[in-house]
Design a binder for this molecule. Structure first.
Ligand SMILES: [Zn+2]
Length: 216
């Protein structure tokens, strides 16, 4: 009886299909999500000055999961995605880095008020729970309200982000991994890395949940 009662409390609705589930997603929706995982994430973007490690391709169910998290108030999806990203990272040869500070790309405080949480911070929370890395949420702040980048050209993206970030009050203790939800052209990651490096902070690279197909 107690067990039955407990399971009712522990179960919630799958945000994709509303089926009852004991996990963030039901089994069916989770399998659909997993089909977007990249086969060799460390081989597709880990090169250059600020390399990128991505969990999956920004498409289908993964695109939907990110939208549900951001626009339908599901921060728990962020934590789940962060754990998936961590499992893949730990299985790669990049896990040789042990002392790392993870900096989630910050939101402007107006946007933060509107959404009530920063999706990158939730992903970073799940990522740090499994990797044991330190979460450094206040190392970087977004001081400029930037426009959505979806329709912008590469040049417009760079201009849009100029002066957008500043070093926060709590600098990271270790070399940095930047973390974001979506990676398109890497403009946000590169601009953030530039600010950190300008302040003598070492940036190893970046980890993201999804990479769009316009990249590569
Ligand atoms: Zn479902």
């Amino acid at each position: 009886m107690f067990k039955q009662l407990l399971s009712v409390f522990l179960e919630s609705q799958c945000p994709c299909c509303q089926k009852t589930t004991a996990h963030t997603f039901c089994k069916y929706c989770f399998n659909k999500l997993s089909s977007h995982q990249l086969k060799q994430p460390d081989r597709t973007g880990w090169w250059g000055e600020t390399p990128v490690f991505a969990w999956g391709r920004y498409d289908g169910q993964l695109k939907r999961a990110i939208a549900l998290m951001k626009y339908d108030n599901h921060p728990e999806i962020g934590i789940m995605l962060g754990k998936l990203l961590a499992k893949t990272w730990l299985a790669s040869n990049l896990a040789k880095f042990t002392k790392i500070s993870v900096i989630p790309i910050p939101l402007h405080h107006h946007k933060m008020k509107e959404r009530s949480f920063n999706q990158a911070e939730k992903i970073a929370l799940g990522f740090c729970q499994l990797t044991g890395y330190s979460l450094s949420s206040q190392a970087l702040i977004r001081v400029k309200k930037t426009q959505a980048m979806f329709d912008l050209s590469p040049e417009e993206r760079i201009k849009n982000l100029q002066g957008a970030f500043r070093l926060g009050k709590k600098p990271p203790q270790h070399p940095v991994l930047l973390l974001d939800d979506i990676y398109t052209m890497g403009t946000t990651i590169k601009e953030s890395a530039k600010i950190l490096r300008r302040n003598q902070i070492k940036v190893i690279g970046s980890v993201v949940v999804a990479k769009t197909s316009s990249y590569n």
